[in-house]
Write a protein that binds this ligand. Structure first.
Ligand code: RTP
Ligand code: MG
Length: 142
């Protein structure tokens, strides 16, 4: 598998419970490098644009309301097979189904407040990284 980039978001509930360090530690221990990071409190416009693929779905308003409820930490992660590796570390979307030891099993509060976001494909990762880091990232070469 090749070196990849993926976008990670530590969501407002995980930031509020002071879990940034614990979650970033899991990424680093798994060999993912943080190559961009930005803390921000998203506007309704930003969150709606970021989640445009989910517009019209039943959970959209709740999702956007939650994602704008407090600050988030947005990161680009780099590593071997980074997209799948990150999603494995995250666990299932619904924390009730998340395997023990995954980030969502340990830090999620509900289906909506599930602690983290991770890109689901290379094209999505490229769009999502460009969305939050339009000026580029510090991609590692060593
Ligand atoms: P994410 O995009 O956050 O990494 O998570 P995902 O791919 O596993 O889930 P996705 O289907 O893309 O949904 C995006 C986020 O919307 C919320 N959600 N709530 N209550 C519900 O039925 C429901 N379904 C989705 C979650 O916060 C999910 O991560
Ligand atoms: Mg998704």
């Amino acid at each position: 598998m090749a070196e990849q980039l993926t976008l990670s978001i530590i969501k407002p509930n995980a930031v509020a419970k002071n879990a940034i360090g614990a979650i970033c530690g899991r990424f680093e221990q798994a060999g993912l490098q943080i190559v961009a990071a930005r803390m921000l409190h998203m506007s309704l416009e930003q969150a709606s644009a970021f989640y445009a693929e989910h517009q019209g779905k039943g959970f959209f308003d709740e999702l956007v309301g939650f994602m704008t409820s407090g600050p988030v930490l947005v990161m680009a992660l780099q590593g071997e097979d980074a997209i799948a590796k990150n999603r494995e570390l995250m666990g299932a979307t619904n924390p009730a189904n998340a395997a023990p030891g995954t980030i969502r099993a340990d830090f999620a509060d509900s289906f909506t407040e599930n602690a983290v976001h991770g890109s689901d494909a290379p094209e999505t990762a490229e769009r999502e990284i460009g969305f939050f880091f339009p000026d580029g990232i510090c991609k590692r070469t060593r």
